[in-house]
Design a protein around this ligand. Structure first.
Ligand code: HEM
Length: 290
């Protein structure tokens, strides 16, 4: 859902598996199939009665999780382009953003199923419960970005298009807050998403020459992990009676299992290795980029 250049030979129907030149692309097809596979599996499990005692509720949780994951994956495309020296990554950004929107719509449908399709009740819940109102606003924002993600809208909006599409950062933050609010005292998933979001936003604040530096990326990983631990501490201290200080200390206890802040660190360090891998994979290209 972001800037792409206009191409004169754009196919009339921009099927996601076609390149801008209208050619079939196996890579695009693979990305598309991998992105929608969890949704298809989810629908199959729901349809075959394998989603537990409260199938719609479980499906709502699962689809919401995929919505936020794909929103963050779409935000990871620009960093990936630089870190892995992979310009082609940018051509997947719109598709991945639209996949996030698709999962968010599925999430609302699953919630509606959980509420027995009682539309007046669903509307009143969305109006009355803050976390649902917030989720609804995020969904509306994603719809606006999805609709205006086409070349036509990009040309029509001109410079305002970029400003509008920067709203995706606020939408991701609000989506994560929605996740925290519904998670209450089981916020591991939300803390991990917050850590990943912090990493992606902090990367954008890096000076250009450090954006593919393994050392700077490792530093970011440590910062994002510390940020995730801080967010987790603040969340439990402010919203629950749980011992927030002990939860914070568990991040330094190897016996406490993998904490979300630690997972943020692991993911960040994995990203820090990518520039080296890219140099091994594309030595010529890496040398040109330097
Ligand atoms: C009309 C809009 C929305 C409604 C009514 C809604 C409703 C809900 C509900 C009821 C839950 C709790 C599920 C449960 O535990 O029973 C939930 C969780 C969640 N929602 Fe939403 N939501 C909306 C929009 C969104 C959007 C736009 C996103 C992300 C972009 C999102 C991401 C999530 C996530 C990540 C969870 C946590 C799932 C988990 O527990 O693992 N939601 N939402």
């Amino acid at each position: 859902m972001s800037a792409t250049t206009l191409a004169p030979d754009r196919p009339s129907i921009p099927w996601p598996w076609l390149t801008r030149g209208g050619r079939f692309s196996w890579t695009r097809m693979l990305v598309l199939v991998s992105a929608i596979a969890p949704g298809l599996v989810l629908l199959w499990l729901l349809g075959s009665g394998q989603m537990g005692a409260e199938p719609w509720k479980a499906a709502a949780k699962e689809s919401g999780t995929w919505a936020i994951r794909f929103l963050l994956i779409s935000l990871a495309v620009t960093p990936l382009r630089h870190v892995a020296n992979w310009p082609q990554a940018l051509t997947f950004r719109r598709m991945l953003g639209l996949v996030a929107l698709g999962y968010a719509v599925l999430h609302l449908l699953m919630y509606a199923g959980h509420m027995a399709w009682d539309l007046p009740e669903i509307a009143s819940e969305i109006l009355l419960r803050f976390y649902l109102t917030l989720g609804f606003l995020v969904l509306l924002g994603l719809v606006v970005l999805g609709v205006t993600s086409t070349d036509g809208w990009q040309a029509r909006l001109g410079r305002r298009w970029k400003a509008l599409h920067r709203a995706v950062y606020a939408l991701a933050a609000a989506g994560i807050f929605h996740q925290f609010l519904q998670a209450k005292s089981r916020a591991d998933g939300a803390v991990l998403m917050a850590g990943v979001f912090l990493f992606l936003m902090a990367w954008r604040a890096l000076p250009g020459r450090w954006r593919a530096s393994p050392l700077a990326l490792a530093g970011l990983a440590v910062l994002a992990a510390a940020g995730a631990a801080g967010v987790e501490f603040a969340w439990y201290a402010l919203s629950s009676n749980l011992p927030a200080a002990r939860i914070l200390a568990a991040n330094l206890d190897p016996g406490a299992g993998l904490r979300p802040a630690q997972l943020t660190l692991v993911l960040g360090l994995a990203v820090a290795v990518l520039p080296w891998l890219a140099r091994l994979r594309w030595p010529g290209r890496a040398a040109r980029a330097r």
